[in-house]
Write a protein that binds this ligand. Structure first.
Ligand code: C2E
Ligand code: MG
Ligand code: MG
Ligand code: MG
Length: 287
């Protein structure tokens, strides 16, 4: 924020003003560079999807995979989404990038099915800006029809921030439900959605944020929150999955509390397609 920086700079005197000014320019320049580079990366197909297995805790089998975008930079190597999604959101590039992610996830999941693997769900992260674009439903429908993936095998992960416009989000969610796509709320518990909205939204699943799971089962308050979210999801006829599961103790705790789905490093980190296939999809077929 330029005004704020100016204010701090002035309060520190002239020399510091120069310093802040340079910092600001550097940041602005960095954003501009990033925007140009991201555009180029999209054109040159430098993005890939990694997939993190989602596991059924009762039989330890994979039932789905979350698609997580990575930028395969020709010089810098693999760049994680935290380094570019915020800029993509600010510049609007998240729209074509998100469309690419939806289409690619559908295409790859259909390919796995065509290869004869037992079908899995694929879930794709949707940023709020993307959710509120006018033609999201059309984009999803087109991706499904062009790839031939059945809608029941696609899940969209949205965040609680979409409840800032409840009426519009209900309209879009109902349309997504009508075409047969599943919807989950990602990072549940970290946003601001009121329970009143939650009741009204046609949502299939809550994803308990990893910050709560991280403290489980050693922190009593986190345990209580996790247990409460699980009970609430079930009472609202929603499914529930725990994110960021890293230990055996967390698995036992979740099972005791009636949570039947999980993902996290305990099972697997996000994998390139080829590794997902050899370590999970093929193995499952061999059983
Ligand atoms: P998310 O959707 O909440 O994804 C979970 C993040 O936690 C992933 O980070 C995943 O690698 C990481 N994770 C999974 N299991 C564990 C664990 O056991 N411990 C820990 N410490 N971390 C774990 P990643 O891949 O860096 O993605 C970060 C975020 O970027 C995602 O959070 C999502 O919000 C966003 N993102 C990723 N791909 C896309 C995309 O295609 N579109 C949009 N709009 N956002 C995306
Ligand atoms: Mg997610
Ligand atoms: Mg999450
Ligand atoms: Mg997140």
């Amino acid at each position: 924020n330029a005004d704020l920086a100016m204010y701090h700079a002035k309060s520190l005197g002239r020399n510091n003003f120069q310093f802040f000014n340079e910092e600001l320019n550097k940041n602005a320049q960095h954003e501009l560079d990033m925007e140009v580079n991201l555009r180029k990366a999209l054109d040159q197909n430098q993005f890939v999807l990694f997939y993190q297995p989602q596991v059924n805790l009762e039989n330890n089998e994979i039932y789905g995979a979350e698609a997580l975008i990575r930028w395969m930079h020709p010089e810098k190597g693999i760049i994680p989404p935290a380094a570019f999604i915020p800029i993509a959101e600010e510049t609007g590039l998240i729209i074509p990038m998100g469309e690419w992610a939806i289409r690619t996830a559908c295409k790859e999941n259909k390919k796995w099915q065509d290869a004869g693997y037992s079908p899995v769900m694929v879930s794709v992260n949707i940023s709020a800006k993307q959710f509120f674009q006018s033609n999201l439903v059309e984009i999803v429908e087109t991706a499904l029809s062009e790839t031939g993936l059945h809608p029941n095998y696609l899940e969209l992960e949205i965040t609680e921030s979409i409840t800032m416009d409840v009426e519009r989000s209900i309209k879009t969610l109902l349309e997504l439900q009508r075409i047969g796509v599943k919807v989950s709320i990602d990072d549940f518990g970290t946003g601001y959605s009121s329970l009143n909205y939650l009741k009204r939204l046609p949502i299939d699943k809550l994803k308990i944020d990893q910050s709560f799971i991280r403290e489980c089962p050693n922190d009593i308050n986190s345990n209580t929150l996790v247990r409460t979210i699980i009970i609430m999801a079930h009472l609202l006829k929603m499914k529930v999955i725990a994110e960021g599961v890293e230990t055996e103790e967390q698995v036992s705790f979740l099972l005791e509390q009636g949570c039947k789905e999980a993902q996290g490093y305990f099972f697997s980190k996000p994998l390139p397609v080829s590794e997902l296939e050899t370590n999970y999809l093929k193995k499952r077929l061999e059983k």
